[in-house]
Design a protein around this ligand. Sequence first.
Ligand code: ADP
Ligand code: 5GP
Length: 202
Amino acid sequence: MERGNLFIISAPSGTGKTTILKRIIAAMTNVAFSVSHTTRLPRPGEQEGVDYYFIDKDAFAAIRQQGLFLEWAEVHGNLYGTSRSVVQAATGKGIDIILDIDVQGARQVKEKLGAEGIFVFISPPSLAELEGRLAGRSTESEAAIATRLANAKEEMKRIGQYDYVIINDEVDQAAEVLKAIIIAARSRNRRALSGEPLNLIF
Ligand code: ADP
Ligand code: 5GP
């Protein structure tokens, strides 16, 4: 069985990444979302083990010290990390896995796994639109929105480390582009990555 693909998806907070990813998970088979650990408090409606594993700073530090995170970062004042076992379990079963992580985490995965990962950046159409979406979501205070907007400007500077860029102007269209990227990745020639010869008899 072929290993599942690893997709790394980043976007400034409020861009619409969660909205797009929920559509992809609902519309496609054999693709799963990697559930991260975070020290952030749950937002209304968020579920333990579905949206995140919500843990405190001590528990986070313990996992980090045991080397169990593939990557971790502090984002908007909270700690977030991807556990290696979540990624290995899915890809080992041939399931494509999507990591919804920030630009710092994406860089760590790129350093560790290089071309094995498929890196996708989702961009808002403009900063003004991003501000409107963050305000419209009503999940953050004004101060938290200001932090996220300031971070967005820095995150946009890292677009160069991604293989694909999707502008989330219209959700259906953006989700279709991501779906196309996932379908295309399933036909990637992995032997080109590993250097293995193709062992077919003609
Ligand atoms: P993220 O996961 O990137 O932080 P969300 O998916 O929570 O962002 O989206 C932020 C807000 O923007 C939500 O209220 C969502 O309904 C809205 N939104 C997402 N995509 C679009 C879009 N293409 N056009 C308008 N609003 C959008
Ligand atoms: P939110 O708090 O809005 O759910 O997420 C804030 C930011 O943290 C987003 O940019 C999201 O991609 C990022 N994030 C979520 N999980 C992880 C993770 O496991 N690692 C890293 N590096 N970033 C994460």
